[in-house]
Design a protein around this ligand. Structure first.
Ligand code: THU
Length: 143
């Protein structure tokens, strides 16, 4: 199982592939699945700005599209493209919602890193309290 520093290093590696000609803000993510596999993601922007995809969702969708749906943690790093020092990069609301679809609120760990030595760790519930979850559709027509 990868340790936190290794996951952060892999997130920084993913950030190199960001496609950010509009924001020039590059984000990398490393998603650790429960089976030990790691999925990298970067943000991918578009001339139609709303079509951009965040690094976290890129990593999740790569894993899910390969049949993997159980996850342990994600490391996230981000900052301006010319940054040499980093602030903590918070996952956006849409990415938090995607995490909540597939991850246990009280077990999935979100690691926000400025470097391999300087990071904060949260549970998904900390970052998405009062989440709207799939169970809430059960009273409607969801099968
Ligand atoms: N972005 C991410 O990839 N993840 C985050 O957690 C926050 C924002 C991207 C989206 C967009 O390409 C750029 O950062 C600026 O918002």
């Amino acid at each position: 199982m990868a340790d936190i520093k290794e996951l952060i290093r892999i997130a920084f590696d993913a950030r190199k592939y960001s496609y950010t000609p509009y924001s020039h803000f590059r984000v990398g993510a490393a998603l650790l699945a429960s089976d030990g596999k790691i999925y990298q993601g970067c943000n991918i922007e578009n001339a139609s700005y709303g079509a951009a995809n965040c690094a976290e969702r890129t990593a999740f969708f790569k894993a899910i599209s390969e049949g993997v749906r159980e996850f342990d943690s994600i490391a996230i790093v981000g900052g301006p493209e010319d940054a040499t020092e980093f602030e903590y990069c918070q996952p956006c609301g849409i990415c938090r919602q995607v995490m909540a679809e597939f991850c246990d609120l009280d077990h999935f760990r979100i690691i926000l890193a400025r470097s391999t030595e300087d990071y904060q760790e949260f549970l998904l519930r900390d970052l998405l309290p009062h989440a709207f979850l799939p169970e809430q559709l059960d009273s409607a027509s969801r099968k």
